[in-house]
Write a protein of this length. Structure first.
Length: 343
């Protein structure tokens, strides 16, 4: 059994002899993981083949952020603890992730983006510059998501090519989006990526009605198959505030108390935005003004650039594991990881 007292104690039910348990894995983190499993692990269970899991090494990509949302460097293997379905998994190594990063950037390009298009372009440029300045090769594809999702650029491998596309971002004539369909297409594209390190970055405007016809299951299944982290930024501007003031059922439930779009579709998008990023190892940021886009998207880019490649040994036999838990001994750290175990 794995024995690293200061770290593995995070998962011991009796904590009398382990005073640092709370700093290693808080009850809040455990509750959040349980919520994420409701979306991802149960779907994985229904689709995964029931075959014996062999003992072998698995690598996951993890972000560790300090209270100011900056990446924490220098976390070695002895600072982490891993469990699959409650069973200890020995940590083999922890090192900065240098595997190629494949990113799909989804941008809400409805007409509502036009009033703050300058701020949007600046934020997108900051994201691209930070990603490409990192130690790992980056491939970026860019999707405009208005009345239809359109992949305007694919597989840009250097920052100059990406910036040439992003500086042409503009508000479409449509007043709504199809974010769920865009997310499905992004997941399917990344599912074919030669790199196991994959991410989707969504930038949407608070309150813009969504015309997607996809169900929650339609979205979750390709995301599981793609094994991609999802990162979402929701922002407001004068157009979105006008929608909220004049529309009875628009607005983002996370910031205004309303529902994106209308009916079940709007609720699905809101659920995806609030639950999916955490369940996949990403994060969501909600900002009240568009001039916060640069800071928010830079934070996301830094979290991706600063990821760890954490390798552990799967020791269980029987059906594939359903739940991954991760702890670490750095006080105050926020760790971002996918709660569904890798295959």
């Amino acid at each position: 059994m794995f024995r690293a007292p200061a770290v593995s104690g995070a998962f011991i039910s009796s904590t009398a002899s382990v005073p640092s348990v709370a700093s290693v894995l808080s009850l809040r983190r455990a509750a959040q993981a349980a919520l994420a499993v409701a979306v991802f692990a149960t779907t994985a269970v229904s689709t995964a083949p029931q075959v014996a899991a062999q003992s072998k090494d698995k690598t996951i990509y993890v972000s560790a952020l300090d209270p100011t949302k900056k990446p924490i460097a220098g976390l070695g293997a002895d600072t982490w603890a891993v469990k699959e379905d409650g069973k200890d998994c020995p940590v083999v190594s922890s090192k900065p992730a240098t595997d190629p990063l494949d990113v799909v950037l989804m941008i809400d390009t409805s007409v509502n983006a036009q009033p703050t298009i300058t701020e949007l372009r600046e934020g997108l440029a900051a994201l691209a510059k930070t990603l490409y300045a990192g130690p790992a090769p980056v491939t970026m594809s860019i999707m405009d998501v208005a009345a239809a999702d359109v992949m305007v650029a694919e597989n840009k491998k250097n920052v100059d090519d990406a910036l040439k596309v992003l500086e042409k971002t503009f508000g479409d004539r449509s007043g709504n989006t199809v974010m769920l369909e865009g997310l499905i297409d992004a997941a399917k594209k990344l599912g074919k990526s030669p790199s196991p390190r994959r991410a989707i970055v969504m930038v949407n405007i608070d309150g813009v009605p969504d015309a997607s016809r996809s169900s929650l299951q339609d979205v979750v299944k390709p995301l599981l198959a793609a094994n991609a982290s999802v990162w979402a930024v929701t922002y407001q501007n004068t157009a979105s505030k006008s929608i909220q003031q004049n529309g009875g059922n628009s607005g983002d439930a996370g910031t205004t108390g309303g529902i994106i779009g209308s009916g079940a579709v709007g609720q699905n998008l809101n659920y995806v935005l609030t639950k999916v990023p955490e369940g996949t190892g990403g994060m969501r940021d909600q900002i009240a003004v568009a001039n916060g886009l640069t800071g928010s998207l830079t934070t996301i880019a830094n979290a991706l650039v600063g990821q760890y490649a954490l390798t552990y040994t799967r020791t269980s036999s029987g059906p594939p594991p359903q739940m991954l838990e991760l702890g670490q001994s750095k006080p105050g750290a926020q760790i971002l990881y996918a709660t569904a175990p890798v295959k």
